[in-house]
Each structure stands twice: as C-alpha cells, then as structure tokens.
Design a protein around this ligand. Sequence first.
Ligand code: TEU
Ligand code: CA
Length: 541
Amino acid sequence: MKAKWWQTAVVYQIYPRSFQDSNGDGIGDLQGIITRLDYLENLGISAIWLSPVYQSPNDDNGYDISDYQNIMTEFGTMEDMDELIKQAEKRNIKIIMDLVVNHTSDEHQWFIESRKGKDNPYRDYYIWRDPVNGRKPNDLRSIFSGSAWEFDEESGQYYLHLFSKKQPDLNWENESVRQEVWDMMNFWLEKGVGGFRMDVIDLIGKIPDQEITGNGPKLHEYLQEMNEKTFGNYDVLTVGETWGATPEIAKLYSNPKRKELSMVFQFEHIGLDQQEGKDKWDTKPLSVNELKKVLSKWQTSLGNEGWNSLFWNNHDLPRIVSRWGNDTTYHKESAKMFAILLHLMKGTPYIYQGEEIGMTNCKITDISEVNDIESINMYKERLAQGYSKEEIIDSINKKGRDNARTPMQWDNSENAGFTTGTPWLRVNPNYKEINVTANLADANSIFYCYKQLIQLRKDNPIIVWGDYVLVEEVPEQVFMYLRKFEGETWAVVANFGDQAVAIQLPEFGQSTRILIANYPRSSVEFSQLELKPYEAFAVKL
Ligand code: TEU
Ligand code: CA
C-alpha cells in the first residue's frame, strides 16, 4: 500500500519558549528555531510539532490563545513564521501547528465580547450557566484544580473552564464557533503548514450539564466536519491529544475510512505509574509487565483501522530517563534503551526537544522556582488540604511539567547556549555534561542513537509495516518483541532495569546481524544471552 508521508516520518516537538533565544530576552523565539533547522535536518526528522506560537497572555504558556492569526510578541512576527515555514520546507521539514480550540484565552476578543452581557452576539461562543440554588451549576472540576465554573459578577452567571480561569471553554454546539475555527485552520493551511496537533480534542464534544467532558456524543461529527471543511483536501498530518482513548476509540479517530484524523496520542502507557482513580501526582512504581501488556495491546489492536503515535515525552510530561530510566549511573544506556524500544515499534515516533540528548528532570526545592500553573494551583490546593510542603515539592519534582520545560541544552557555555540574557526558567545545572555539542562530538552519544533509528526507519519498511509480536517467555524486566515483514524477522530486546539478567531462548538461534545496540555487541546467542543493565539492541534473525 502507498504509505502516507506521516507513516514513515519521525516528528520532533519544539516548545518554542525553551528552544533557542535569538534576541537575548531570555525567551526562545522563531528566529532562534530557524538557526537550529540544520541541527534538526542532521538528526533526520521530517516534521516539527510547534507548541503554540500565537498571541497569548501566557497564563498557560501559550495554550491560552488571544489571537489565532497573530504571533506571540515574545516569539516574533508573522514574517518570522512565514520564514520558518519556508526555511523548514527547504530542508524537507514540515511545520505542524498546535491547534488549541477547546478553549481560548479570556483575553480573546470573542470572550471580551461574550462577557459583556447575555444579549451580546458572542455570548453563546462560550458556556455560560445560571447559578443553581445560589451555587455553581454542578461539580465539574478544572484539571488545574478547583471548580470548572467561574462566577462573573457582571452578568450573574458562571462560565466553564476545564483548565485555568483564563481559559474559558468554547461552545462547540454553536456553529458560528465551528465556522470561526474552520476559517482559522484554513488560514494556516493556506500558509503551507504540514498539519495540526489538536490540543485536548476529545473534550470538544462536552455536555457540561450532564458533566460529560471527554468523548461526547457529537465529537466525531465535529471532527468529520472539520476534516471536510479544512484539512481533508491537504496531504497533512493531524494528531489528536486524547487522554482517555482506548484502542476502540482510537479507531474512531484514525480509521482512514472515517475521514477524521491521521492518528491520536493515547496516554495509557504513560499513566501506568499513577495510582488508580487518583491524580497524576499520586504515583506508584511502574510495572514493566503492565507496560509490555499495554504497549503490545496498542501495537496489535488498530490493524488497518488506525495508526499509532509513539512517544515517551512531551511538554507536559517529566523526562522519561529520570521517570523510568536511570539518569545517573546508566544515563546514556537507559536513554538509548527507551529510544531503541520505542522507535522500532509500529507507528509514528515523536521526539520531544532534548530527549535526543538525554535531558533529565530538574529538581526544585521551593514553589517560588515553579512556573507551571498546573503545579502552582495543585500546590495551593494540596497545602489547604493538609499535605506537607515536602510531599508536594516531591510530587512536583516527580511529575511537574517544568521538568520538560527547562531550556534546551546546546553547549557548555553560560545558560547552555540557550540565551545570552536571563533565561525565563532555570537551566538544568547538568548542561555542562548534557548538551548538543558534547553529543555531536561523541560517536557513541544518545543523539547518534536517535539519528541511526530515524535512518533505520527510512531504510527498512519492516519498521513501518511489520507485524508486532511480543515475546513472553522472558523475565519480567526484559521487554522483547519481534517485527515480521515479507519473510524478514527482527528481534528487539531491552533490559528494562539496572540489574544484569540472563535469558534462554534457543528457538531464536543466534545472529551476527546487529542493527543497533547501546552496548558493544557483535553477535547474539539466544540460547544463553546475558543482558547488561538497560542493555537494548535489535537483531535480524
Ligand atoms: O494538555 C492536556 C492536559 O490535560 C494536560 O494538561 C495534562 O492533563 C496535565 O498536564 C497532566 O500532565 C494540553 C496541553 O498539552 C497542555 O500543555 C495544556 O496546559 C492543556 O492542554 C490546556 O490547553
Ligand atoms: Ca527571544
């Protein structure tokens, strides 16, 4: 079958605020990104997912948009954006925009109008409700702590915000809202963008009066309308952020016959260290068996009715090498183990800025060091609930989003080469050892492991199309799977732990056709195979 370009692509996510500052104000910007396109071309990626760069008061660092068709002043101008699209295109790199249309900023013109009064033509662009018995309409909670209802004195009504108070939810039942979104999306498509990542798109079908938020009854109707009215006529990548997706739901979004999206981000694997029914802050140890089961389920459930995305990291998640790897003794080995394990699976891989050089979490000791509204709101809420400051700071160090947002570490000069000014968020002190320059100078670096994996995907259809089979007769900490395609079989083996482990699988024989490995290895003898801590490799059987 003819592959879609995004089925063989690897996507790189840039959080612009933290990627590269070009004018010394301590904030990353578009011109800074342009200066780093050669680096990304060298890595071999085919597309950049750009976190929001639109006008925003930055209550949620750009995920609160006040003008979808103008560039955030701190990031540059629309001319810079046009130049980025063009310069990327020259390097065969597409720009995927971040579409945040579940909500806007409260400083968007639509909301400024809407809150003027009940008879304003924009009133119905948002979700306003009367008090019930003098109280908020119902118990819907904001993901950023507290109630999802904010009282507006002016009109005596509440408005809905599933995120911060400055992020009022749009009313998707209103076809004028949908038309505004289509017009805005077509503005960007006509500029030649390569697609959209769709922020919390599973929420746009919400029915607030029934306290339904994700996967509402009209969600897929809206997405089919969106496809037909905007990107359906373009060869673009669309990926929905759908926290609650199961494989069955993922098929609804990504079955090509349904003309909705290319794929979704599901989060089942990345939530495995969260206690059942609790918040992200309430963690438990990861079970490697659970991880094997969940990832294998996703690898084998979609068939040709959908397409997987593959990721460990993004701007909302702690850095995987700190979260589930070993960012000390086995830093390089475990970072490469995650890369090898994920990039040889079926689906489109996403690399989050800094992942390719093994950037780690960055501990804080006091809430004053924290930028992220989600962490700050949780801190206040849990302090009021009686949690100790130590427990809360520990939660933030484990799962806080700032871990992913410390500036990109380019070299060992001051501020890691990110800025000549004062960085908006602290630079991780380990930049002296962990940085791009050091990686490029070391043939055995994490960077070259990612570069090799990206090239393997380009050269070997088995990675894109091969059937996936989990190998179960191995110790719990060993994650081993096969890929099979047109008579060829690859085995991918990963020791997901800091202890050496032996496996005996004589039926797999032996091979010297090592495709990639994170320790020196010239052959594999499966009848007696000793794996070093975090050892990972792929071999042709
Ligand atoms: O995130 C959706 C979302 O729910 C996350 O905030 C997640 O629940 C939380 O961070 C736990 O890690 C998207 C964007 O990726 C995020 O950056 C925005 O803050 C959010 O939507 C609102 O736009
Ligand atoms: Ca700047």
